[in-house]
Design a protein around this ligand. Structure first.
Ligand SMILES: [Zn+2]
Length: 153
């Protein structure tokens, strides 16, 4: 099932860890609407970056989240987040491009976390929409807040 022009529900549910441990990682029906919001946000990021995105982690049930070492109440377990890796670009170039993108183009987001050790961008779109940029070079406690991009509007 396509959630947006470039992202499918299967990509959000796929997990190597879930397959390895034979965990059913199907998103509950009430979560699908949230995943559509995330997919729409990823489409804006994809368009701003000008490159395809590989989704490395999307929906996580509670057990899967524990197994992958996610923080408790992770936005992934609520259906509000996805981790993406730019295809054909370095993470640095990808992030620099997004940081230079007009907020009107990038649209609203809750948190964009540059996870340098894993080479991914964690993008969450929960309703709090804090518009936060963070950089995380180690575990979750290493997150450092970056200044948001200036609103040109
Ligand atoms: Zn994440």
């Amino acid at each position: 099932m396509w959630l947006s022009p470039h992202f499918t529900l299967a990509e959000f549910e796929d997990s190597f860890t879930a397959r390895y441990w034979k965990i059913d990682n199907k998103a509950p029906p009430e979560i699908i609407g949230r995943l559509r919001v995330v997919a729409a946000g990823l489409e804006r990021i994809r368009a701003a970056a000008g490159c395809p995105l590989a989704l490395t982690s999307g929906w996580r049930g509670a057990r899967l989240n524990r197994l992958v070492g996610g923080v408790r109440r992770s936005a992934h377990t609520l259906g509000w987040a996805a981790d993406v890796r730019p295809v054909g670009r370095t993470l640095e170039a990808f992030v620099a491009q997004l940081r230079a993108t007009s907020p009107q183009v990038l649209g609203r987001y809750d948190q964009l976390i540059v996870e340098t050790s894993r080479g991914v961008l964690h993008a969450s779109f929960s309703p709090s929409m804090r518009m936060q940029w963070l950089v995380q070079s180690g575990g979750p406690k290493s997150a450092v807040l970056m200044l948001p991009t200036l609103d040109e509007g």
